[in-house]
Design a protein around this ligand. Structure first.
Ligand SMILES: Nc1nc2c(ncn2[C@@H]2O[C@H](COP(=O)(O)OP(=O)(O)OP(=O)(O)O)[C@@H](O)[C@H]2O)c(=O)[nH]1
Ligand SMILES: [Mg+2]
Length: 320
């Protein structure tokens, strides 16, 4: 079933955003540039309707620059979206964002028709940090943890420019299994909703495909000839050994090894990397949809068989 996290407060946020949408002119969806497919909310299209949308690939400083460009080209190649890359703490690029918003709703300006922009995105992606950079002061609370912002907050950027910061939100069913792991690895999922060993292994699986040399460099792994072909548990064990995460008796402490890998990825210590390409993500989505359709068909067939069974039982002559 993969990782799922849609606690009650996200349900409340979803309702609040849908309600607020009536008076919003532009929607900014902040994506994590290290996982631009996995961090895109599939419900957002329905929630925002025809409003202009801007996808912002944030935490660009932690992502692979070449892949960020590939994702920007991919999003910008679709008629319904516009995308730009950003590092939420940098002032100058943030100004580009303000300009882009104004261009998306040129009819909104002046105090009687202020431009109203809503910022949304998965937990911990940097929404409040971006708000603070845009207004030039610490107006919203930030923190390296999912679920810092609890209620919507409106900030005046100028007398005719309102910004709404919203609490981080995921969606009720994450159908792409890799997306759940990538989100958890990035810090977008509450700590009790995922297993760290399993997530670290899934993360290593994504990293080793494209960034095996960075793993070799960071962990000085011994005993594995080709990291890109290693099994995920073998890799995690080797990392644990290399980093001294060993218990009495010599067994590797996989939990500790997993924490090391997750922390190194989150902080950027492992190097700049992007876990997915547009082509990979589209293929995962198609595979997940096909699997979902197969399950639904199986369920329908089971229901049909049960109905036929009941009908036949009803038609049997009674024994007495
Ligand atoms: N490296 C890097 N870190 C960032 C960037 N933007 C935000 N962060 C960090 O990411 C963490 C989360 O930032 P917040 O602004 O609190 O994220 P949020 O999206 O408001 O999170 P919630 O309110 O929990 O949904 C903080 O530790 C920030 O310092 C960025 O562009 N680059
Ligand atoms: Mg926040």
């Amino acid at each position: 079933m993969g990782i799922q996290w849609f606690p009650g407060h996200m349900h409340v946020t979803k309702k609040a955003i849908s309600e607020r949408m009536k008076e919003i002119d532009v929607v900014i969806e902040l994506l994590d540039a290290r996982l631009p497919g996995s961090s895109a909310n599939p419900m957002l299209g329905n929630m925002t309707g025809t409003r202009p949308k801007l996808k912002v690939l944030n935490k660009q400083d932690l992502a692979d620059a070449e892949r960020t460009q590939a994702w920007l080209d991919w999003y910008n190649g679709r008629s319904e979206t516009q995308a730009i890359g950003l590092d939420a703490s940098e002032k100058a690029p943030a100004q580009r964002l303000i300009k882009a918003c104004r261009e998306l709703a040129p009819n909104r300006s002046g105090m009687d028709k202020p431009l109203r922009v809503l910022i949304c995105g998965v937990p911990n992606v940097g929404k409040s940090t971006l708000m603070n950079t845009l207004v030039g002061r610490k107006a919203a609370k930030t923190g390296d943890e999912a679920g810092i912002t609890r209620v919507e907050q409106r900030i005046l950027l100028a007398s005719d420019f309102y910004l709404y910061d919203t609490p981080g939100m995921l969606w009720p069913k994450i159908v792409v299994e890799q997306a759940g792991f990538h989100l958890a690895a990035s810090g977008a999922v509450g700590r009790n909703a995922y297993d760290e060993e399993e997530t670290a292994m899934a993360l290593l699986n994504s990293i080793k495909r494209s960034y095996a040399p960075l793993l070799a460099q960071r962990y000085k792994i011994k005993g594995i000839d080709d990291i890109s072909l290693a099994h995920d548990d073998e890799l995690l064990t080797a990392i644990g050994k290399a980093r001294g995460a060993v218990m009495s008796g010599g067994r590797v402490n996989l939990q500790k090894a997993a924490e090391i890998v997750l922390n190194d990825f989150r902080s950027g210590t492992l190097g700049r990397m992007t876990l997915e390409t547009p082509d990979e993500f589209v293929a995962w989505e198609l595979a997940a949809e096909a699997e979902e359709a197969r399950k639904q068909a199986e369920k329908a067939a089971r229901r049909q068989a049960a109905r036929v069974g009941t009908r036949m039982a009803d038609q049997q002559p009674s024994e007495d």
